[in-house]
Design a binder for this molecule. Sequence first.
Ligand code: UT7
Length: 322
Amino acid sequence: MKYTRIAGTGGFLPEKVLTNHDLEEMVDTSNEWIVDRTGICKRHIAADGETTCDLAEQAARRAMSAAGKEAHDIDLVIVATTTPDQIFPSTACLLQQRLGIHGCAAFDVQAVCTGFVYALGIADKFIKTGSARCALIVGAETLSRIIDWSDRDTCVLFGDGAGAVIVEASSEPGIISSHLHADGKYAGLLQVPAGISSGLAQLAESGAFVEMRGNEVFKMAVTTLGRIVDETLDHNGMNKSDIDWLIPHQANIRIIKATARKLRMPMDHVVVTVDEHGNTSAASVPLALDKAIRDGRIKRGEILLLEAFGGGFTWGSALLKY
Ligand code: UT7
């Protein structure tokens, strides 16, 4: 049996920090409200001209270095992003060129906040079927570019960043299973209602900004993530107590705590980074994973549950032995 094993991780946050106190100067909000309702203290914002590919490159280089891999070792590049540099080429192709990787498949995945979990599931299938041996998977976003900074419902929530993972074929587990879902009937609850085929002129005129019915999204996220925990454990005949670490999408500390309660997981076995960078969409899960691996909390042989929920709606999980 061939497994997909994590060989190395990397993360990158842009230098500029926007605190809750900074936001108090911009919209009618307070540090207390943001911390209490979301758990977020600050977020990082890409500098003018700094792109998703710039962030992805830094995270990717760190993951390659941690894995001891060179450009020529990599035979698949997937970038999960909602905020690509260009309409085309894909950010994955731009990144491939930056890193000096040539010829292998490279493509973007658009599943909003679930994008990294989708990309991990896709890479696992490439590796299990023998189509790839060593994949670079990146979740990278410049969400700040599609935020209406006068809308307090959304502007306090999001930030920029990138997380990357190198995975490779191994005879030892590895990714045990991945579970990917979507239901487009909820598209209107969380969306950027602008795009290319609906008209570039309109896009130029009105802009493209995140719109969210926050409370409805919150409730769906809690119930859906609870269900995917059960689905993942049942699929593998495992118990809640078999999980060593929960690495959740970092959208809101209250959603994270609800999933942890469902798993009966003490919070010191849940990786939380939402306080440091807010919701970085597709970058959130790999950033959290990288942090807990680098600081030594997550150790080889431990069982990790990764999960995410986002626009679409999309949702997914990956269970793996690190
Ligand atoms: O990553 C993809 C998935 N995204 C998410 O999972 C986000 C899900 N949603 C959430 O995290 C939460 O719904 C929010 C943090 C967005 C909002 O928290 P909530 O507990 O659902 O609050 P609410 O929307 O029910 O609003 C409560 C009150 C309202 O005032 P009234 O109507 O009670 O007077 C809002 O107008 O809080 C008000 N409010 C704010 N107050 C201060 C909304 N935004 C703010 C703000 N500062 N930034």
